[in-house]
Ligand binder design. Structure first.
Ligand code: BJW
Ligand code: ZN
Length: 249
């Protein structure tokens, strides 16, 4: 048995950090790298409060285009493998930087969305939240019933992550005995601190990515390939490990 499979099947408390790469096979472009959706704009040019203040129409047009892509997308074998894994492990916490909701659509139940959800809006004046279906966007900027400008309920650069969600993510890292990063360039903090903290604790960290990342050199194992192809055999090995079968029977 490969060493990384051995480590995986012997783990009980698992924490996963996913990024845009896991949804690439569902047809949602990533942010960085070849073919990234931000080939035209750098992330810092659109996903900031300053960009929204300077040009809300441009930022809204970008989010509306992405909402259309998300509405048409379905979970892929990578999302489904993680949903299946949740039902097999003693504890399993799925931390995602993605705002597309595809983990829940695949059946994952415990999902910590660090950067919000693209399907929701928040009023910049009164803070009221609404869903994307509640607004129309036909060239006019969407407004709240209080008259305030709506924005997508996501986390932009320079903004704080939802405190309780972030705390739960750090708690999961403190309790896990295996950590996986899947489809993330691992450059955006504080999310990128999670696998580094796991390593500091002596927990093995396995990276699943089509390309090398700044984190690869430090990872315990780097598995090169699309998440939808790499994850299903790992979960199958976990499901069929002999000691796990004994626990179930
Ligand atoms: C595949 C694949 C396949 C392709 N299979 N793989 C500490 C140090 C330095 C900086 C900071 C720090 N702490 C905070 C900062 C500042 C900043 C930051 O991190 N900057 C760095 C970029 C330098 N962080 C923040 O501002 C955060 N807020 C914060 O910390 O608040 C406290 C604070 C405030 C003020 C000052 C200081 C502190 C907020 C970060 C919010 C990020 N928001 C975005 C947008 C969300 C909304 C939206 O979607 O529009 O989140 S930016 C964007 O990047 C998005 C993503 O979630 C995030 C991460 O990207 P991800 O998921 O990794 O995607 P990619 O595209 O980068 O990578 C995809 C990977 O998949 C690639 O590696 C491919 O190879 C791979 N791949 N196909 C497997 N099929
Ligand atoms: Zn309002």
């Amino acid at each position: 048995m490969d060493d990384h499979i051995q480590i995986i099947v012997n783990s009980e408390n698992i924490c996963i950090l996913t990024g845009a790469g896991i949804s690439a096979e569902s047809g949602i472009p990533t942010f960085r790298g070849a073919g990234g959706m931000w080939a035209k704009y750098r992330p810092e040019e659109l996903a900031t409060p300053e960009a929204f203040a300077a040009n809300p129409r441009l930022v809204w047009e970008w989010y509306q285009a992405r909402r259309e892509a998300v509405s048409k997308a379905a979970p892929n074998p990578g999302h489904k493998a993680l949903a299946e894994w949740e039902g097999l492990a003693r504890s399993f916490v799925l931390v995602t930087q993605n705002v597309d909701g595809l983990h829940r659509a695949a059946g994952s139940r415990q999902v910590l969305e660090l950067h919000g959800n693209i399907r929701r809006n928040r009023c910049t004046a009164c803070g009221r939240e609404s869903t994307m279906d509640e607004i129309t966007f036909n060239g006019q900027l969407p407004l709240c019933e209080c008259g305030g400008l709506l924005r997508p309920a996501v986390v932009w650069f320079g903004e704080s992550l939802p405190e309780q969600v972030l705390e739960a993510a750090f708690a999961a890292v403190r309790q896990c005995d295996l950590f996986l990063t899947v489809g993330t360039s691992a450059v955006v903090y504080p999310a990128a601190a999670l696998p580094r903290l796991a390593l500091d604790r002596g927990v093995p960290v396995i990276e699943v990515n089509t390309e090398e990342t700044p984190f690869s050199a430090g990872a315990t194992y780097s598995l090169r390939g699309p998440a939808g192809e790499v994850l299903p055999p790992l979960v199958a090995a976990y499901a069929s490990a002999p000691h796990r079968s004994r626990q179930i029977s």
